[in-house]
Design a protein around this ligand. Structure first.
Ligand SMILES: Cc1cc2nc3c(=O)[nH]c(=O)nc-3n(C[C@H](O)[C@H](O)[C@H](O)COP(=O)(O)OP(=O)(O)OC[C@H]3O[C@@H](n4cnc5c(N)ncnc54)[C@H](O)[C@@H]3O)c2cc1C
Ligand code: FES
Length: 302
């Protein structure tokens, strides 16, 4: 009979777990720490979105913190909960990260009420990233709808800060109305960068709007794309990236060259709680960035 009082051999368990790793345990070690952080600054972008500049309190931890475009952090607001938020700043910025947050419910509501100096927790960075390195030497389409500019913004910085590494660059952005445009104070600056085509469209213009009107796919009409020489990153609501990606697909762009970010409800952010899975795919670990081919093969992904 098994002796229930025999000391439990932990090393045996870790040996047994090895084949089931799926590359998760090694990544957990780097990301399961919660950093104490401080809100340095809050910038109002629209009625619904604010930009939070967040600094990790421990200076050496802060210096070590790095991420890649498209990755996200879990933001903990003490007493309210923890939520996934994409990092919106440039990967080259040191000292703080920027998070663009829409007021949606309990945690985001608490954040929108928070003042400069408020303390929060940050875990991460988590998830897959947009393959900016692979895109070097190619034409690049950076397309966002609405809040999609938040996860796309760090890729925009990565491309414009290394402009010479890419061929033609188009940034296309669309929202419902002009008052919903995010980061409008930066368009002029981005548009001035060497040879970058930046176009903004709205569905419902106000009296002052002089730009194009319609859906974001309308902007694609005016762009000549060499499908075999182009990569695309498309961020926004599923209905938007479905239309944009199928349109690019029809033009001959390989599905493996289009990248999107899938959002799911998340709890742990590191493959433990099974809140974010689509079938056997954990969006927090294998995503949120996927190529379009993978998304189309994930049942119920969009
Ligand atoms: C990888 C990832 C990156 C994200 N990046 C950003 C970002 O950069 N900026 C940003 O503003 N938001 C982002 N989100 C969405 C954000 O996490 C949710 O808005 C947030 O969790 C809502 O929390 P809450 O407590 O305020 O809302 P709750 O009180 O929990 O819910 C309020 C409403 O928000 C909806 N909601 C809750 N969670 C999500 C979710 N994950 N996706 C969509 N709707 C949700 C609920 O259905 C409900 O209608 C991201 C989500 C993921 C998964
Ligand atoms: S959020 Fe917990 S498994 Fe993905």
């Amino acid at each position: 009979m098994k002796n229930l009082f025999q000391p439990y051999d932990v090393s045996l368990e870790s040996e047994m777990l090895e084949p089931l790793d799926f590359n998760r345990r090694s990544r957990l070690k780097e990301t399961d720490r919660c950093f104490k952080a401080e809100i340095l600054n809050v910038i109002r972008l629209t009625d619904m979105e604010k930009l939070f500049q967040v600094r990790i309190l421990d200076e050496s931890e802060g210096e070590r913190f790095s991420f890649l475009p498209g990755q996200f952090v879990m933001v903990e607001v003490p007493g309210y909960g923890e939520i996934p938020i994409s990092i919106s700043s440039s990967t080259s910025r040191t000292g703080y990260v920027e998070l663009c947050i829409r007021r949606a419910g309990i945690v985001t509501g608490a954040l929108h009420r928070a003042k400069r100096g408020a303390h929060i927790g940050i875990r991460g960075p988590f998830g897959t990233h947009f393959p900016i390195e692979t895109m070097k030497g190619y034409d690049v389409l950076l397309i966002a709808g609405g809040l999609g500019l938040a996860p796309l913004r760090s890729s925009i910085f990565a491309v414009i800060e290394n402009r010479a590494d890419f061929e033609n660059v188009h940034i296309l952005y669309g929202t419902k109305s002009p008052d919903q445009l995010l980061f409008d104070y930066q368009y002029e600056e981005w548009g001035r960068i060497d040879d970058i085509d930046l176009q903004v469209i709205v569905e419902e213009p106000d009296n002052e709007w002089t730009g194009p009107v319609g859906l974001i796919t309308k902007l694609l009409d005016g762009i000549e794309i060499d499908p075999q020489r182009t990569f695309a990153i498309v961020c926004g609501p599923p209905v938007m990236f479905k239309f944009v990606c199928s349109r690019l697909s029809e033009q001959g762009m390989p599905m493996r060259r289009m990248f999107i970010s899938l959002e799911r409800r998340m709890h742990c952010g590191m493959g433990k709680c099974c809140r974010c899975n689509i079938g056997s795919t954990f969006t927090c670990m294998e995503g949120p960035v996927f190529d379009y081919w993978t998304v189309m093969n994930l049942k119920e992904a969009i």
